[in-house]
Design a protein around this ligand. Structure first.
Ligand code: ATP
Ligand code: LTN
Length: 334
């Protein structure tokens, strides 16, 4: 049969099990993961290999891998529509990473903002994995030949390097990899810390008040928004000088679907107290059903393992094909 012209475009993305997933992960990436599974052929993974670029305590790490898998299911990712798998279960990710590292320049990795930030934060452990992190990420992507990669704005630079590596490789060896496009939401692409609006909200932040975890209970969510750092005036308006308030407006817009000017109008003449409470309540309402489904799913680890094992098998078939094609082109004897 000839190839169908209605063949779906492909999507690939991953998330690290490096802590409790946050509102930033949800608005920047996961909401799109969910929306895209209706229209595209989607493959999503838990990037456990990436998570060990910073130290993880083994028992906690193991439980975070399960909880990240469970949370993806609780969000509504459907293992029948999409492929869900665990990165470390597919050896081709590490293997292709070695191959691609020989097509990546030291200079281009040195320019990565995330590397600079993380090596400052973990100054006692600036390991080689932290440095070559984008090459492993490029392998995650290129193995599955996706058209789109849904990520938050912080990953744009890593996606550009993945594209550069793919183009470089293709120029030498022909059409091996698909050149992927980033898919970044218009609102919510960069959710900032509630305690320091100059920093992005991050699940590995030591200050738990700086992020809202998807699994936080309603009271904690509302309390964290009440404590969110704003400024000394009391006008709800987007402005460069009002990073804290602008961040809260962005979060409220992303959750309610209202535009920034609609939000400004809604809170005209009202103080920050009322505004922060409204943001907290809207976020809590959005996250509550996910938490409820999560509690049921995490109670059955064997079922999570079964679902992800099926995904591993689907992913492995695709990954192996691409990996062997790349190896063959380079001249390896297979
Ligand atoms: P870590 O803090 O451990 O580095 P992280 O919270 O940045 O992790 P990742 O697993 O690296 O999370 O990212 C998963 C996805 O969530 C990526 O697509 C990333 O761009 C997105 N993301 C992470 N933080 C934010 C944020 N604050 N705002 C919007 N998107 C985000
Ligand atoms: N580095 C990513 C997580 C990640 C990823 C990927 C995202 C690992 N591999 C492949 C998209 C595609 C991050 O979000 N910090």
């Amino acid at each position: 049969m000839s190839e169908s012209i209605t063949e779906k475009k492909k999507v690939l993305s991953c998330i690290q099990p490096s802590g409790m997933l946050t509102l930033g992960n949800y608005l920047g990436a996961l909401k799109n993961w969910l929306a895209m599974q209706e229209e595209f052929d989607c493959t999503y993974a838990v990037a456990d290999l990436h998570a060990i670029t910073v130290r993880q305590e083994p028992a906690k790490f193991r439980s975070q891998i399960y909880s990240t898998c469970a949370l993806l299911l609780a969000l509504g990712l459907d293992p029948i529509k999409s492929t869900l798998f665990v990165q470390s279960h597919i050896p081709e990710h590490s293997q292709l990473s070695w191959l691609l590292s020989c097509y990546t320049q030291f200079g281009e990795l040195s320019r990565m903002t995330q590397f600079k930030e993380k090596s400052q934060k973990h100054a006692d452990n600036v390991n080689v994995g932290l440095f070559s992190y984008p090459v492993l990420m490029a392998s995650d992507i290129l193995l599955y030949k996706p058209d789109f990669v849904p990520v938050g704005a912080d990953q744009k630079q890593h996606l550009e390097i993945a594209r550069d590596i793919a183009m470089r490789f293709n120029r030498v060896y022909g059409d091996v990899f698909t050149i992927p496009e980033p898919y970044i939401p218009k609102i919510g692409a960069r959710v900032m810390s509630l305690q320091d609006p100059a920093k992005k909200m991050s699940k590995s932040d030591d200050n738990i008040n700086s992020f809202v975890a998807i699994l936080d209970d309603r009271d904690s969510i509302i309390r964290k928004f009440k404590r969110a750092v704003t400024d000394s005036d009391s006008v709800v308006r987007v402005s460069e000088e009002k990073a804290g308030v602008s961040n809260l407006i962005g979060i409220y817009s992303a959750v309610t679907g209202k535009t920034a000017s609609e939000v400004e109008r809604e809170f005209e003449g009202k103080g920050y107290g009322e505004f922060k409470l409204a943001v907290g309540e809207a976020v809590a309402d959005e996250l509550a059903p996910i938490k409820e489904r999560y509690e049921k799913i995490i109670a059955d680890k064997a079922e999570i393992e079964r679902i992800f094992k099926e995904g591993d098998e689907k992913a492995e078939r695709i990954a192996r094909k691409t990996y062997f094609k790349a190896m063959k082109k380079v001249g390896f004897v297979l």
